[in-house]
Design a protein around this ligand. Structure first.
Ligand code: C2E
Ligand code: CA
Ligand code: CA
Ligand code: CA
Length: 276
C-alpha cells in the first residue's frame, strides 16, 4: 500500500545542485520510507486555562540504521526539493490518523496537528489526499493542518483556494512559525485559518528579552482581535508558561510541557500532566 516514487525523485533537475552526500542521503531516505525507518514523534499541547493536555503535534524522525535518530531539518529540505515530500506526507497522514484512532479507542482524546510543507500545499492533489484519511475514519474536527507563514505566501491565490477547500472538509488550519515571515495583517486576514502558532524564537527568551515579550504580547492581542486561537511554541520553563497564561494565550507547547516522544509514551504523559 505504499506510494513511493523514487525514480521521479532521482531525476529531478534540482539534483544537479546537490553534492554526493546529499545524493546518498536521498537514496537512503527513499529506502527509509520503504523500510519503515521513519517514525512519528508526538509533542503535547496544553490548554492554559484548564491546564490540561488537549492535543499533540506530530513530528517526523528518521531512525537511521547507522547515523541514529535524524531530525527533520536535516532531511526535509532535500525531500522538499526532490518531490519525496509527497510520499512523506502520505506516510504522515496515514500513520498519524491511524495512531489517533488507536488513542481514541483507549479513551485518550487529543486533537492532532500535522505539518504540511510548501510543496505539499501547492500540490493540487493535497485536498484529495486529506479527504482519503478522513474517509478512513479521522474526525476532521480533531485534525489541524499547520502551514508556515512563508508557504502561504509562495502562491497566494492557490494557497487561499487550497486552504478554503481543506476548510470545507472540516479540518482546522494553523499558521506555523508566526513572526518569522513577512506576512501583513491584511494578508493573514484573507486566509481561512483558525489558529496562529507563535514561533519559538520569540517565546524561548521572552522572559529576558523585552523586545520578544512585546512581540509575543502583541501577537496574542492581534490573534484575539482576529478571532484566532493562539499557541506558543518553545515553552521551556514554568515562568514562561505562567506569563503566557497571564497574557491570555490559549495553548502552550514546549519542553516544559513535554518533549516530542514516541506514540507509546503519550498516554502516560497525558495522565501525568492532567494529574498535576
Ligand atoms: P515546527 O513545526 O516549528 O516544530 C517545532 C519544532 O520545535 C520541533 O523540532 C520541536 O522538536 C521543537 N521544539 C518543541 N518544543 C521546543 C522547546 O521547548 N524548545 C526548543 N528549543 N525546541 C522545541 P523538530 O521536531 O526538529 O522539527 C523541525 C521542523 O521540521 C518542524 O518545525 C517542522 O517545520 C518540520 N517538520 C517536522 N515534522 C514534519 C512533517 O511531518 N512534515 C513536514 N512537512 N514538516 C515537518
Ligand atoms: Ca509545526
Ligand atoms: Ca513552529
Ligand atoms: Ca519551525
Amino acid at each position: 500500500a505504499k506510494t513511493v516514487q523514487p525514480r521521479t525523485a532521482v531525476y529531478d533537475s534540482s539534483m544537479a545542485r546537490d553534492n554526493s552526500a546529499q545524493l546518498l542521503l536521498l537514496s537512503e531516505l527513499t529506502t527509509a520510507i520503504d523500510q519503515h525507518h521513519l517514525e512519528l514523534y508526538y509533542q503535547l499541547q496544553v490548554d492554559l486555562t484548564a491546564m490540561e493536555a488537549v492535543g499533540v503535534e506530530a513530528l517526523l524522525r528518521w531512525n537511521h540504521p547507522v547515523r541514529g535518530l535524524i531530525e527533520p531539518d536535516s532531511f526535509l529540505p532535500m525531500a522538499e526539493r526532490t518531490g519525496l515530500i509527497r510520499p512523506l506526507l502520505d506516510f504522515v497522514l496515514t500513520q498519524t490518523t491511524t495512531q489517533h484512532l488507536e488513542w481514541r479507542r483507549e479513551g485518550i482524546d487529543l486533537a492532532l496537528s500535522i505539518n504540511v510543507s510548501t510543496r505539499n500545499l501547492l500540490d493540487t492533489t493535497l485536498v484529495e489526499r486529506v479527504r482519503r484519511v478522513l474517509d478512513a475514519g479521522m474526525d476532521p474536527r480533531m485534525l489541524t493542518i499547520e502551514i508556515t507563514e512563508t508557504s502561504s505566501m509562495t502562491n497566494p491565490p492557490l494557497a487561499i483556494e487550497t486552504l478554503a477547500e481543506l476548510r470545507r472538509l472540516g479540518v482546522s488550519l494553523a499558521i506555523d512559525d508566526y513572526g518569522t515571515g513577512y506576512s501583513s495583517l491584511a494578508y493573514l486576514q484573507r486566509l481561512p485559518v483558525q489558529q496562529l502558532k507563535i514561533d519559538k524564537t520569540f517565546v524561548l527568551d521572552m522572559m529576558t528579552a523585552p523586545a520578544h515579550r512585546v512581540i509575543v504580547r502583541s501577537t496574542i492581542d492581534l490573534a484575539r482581535t482576529l478571532g484566532l486561537t493562539i499557541t506558543a511554541e518553545g515553552v521551556e520553563d514554568l515562568d514562561t508558561l505562567m506569563e503566557l497564561k497571564a497574557l491570555c494565550c490559549n495553548y502552550a507547547q514546549g519542553y516544559y510541557v513535554g518533549r516530542p516522544v514516541p506514540a507509546e509514551e503519550i498516554p502516560a504523559s497525558v495522565s501525568k500532566l492532567n494529574a498535576e
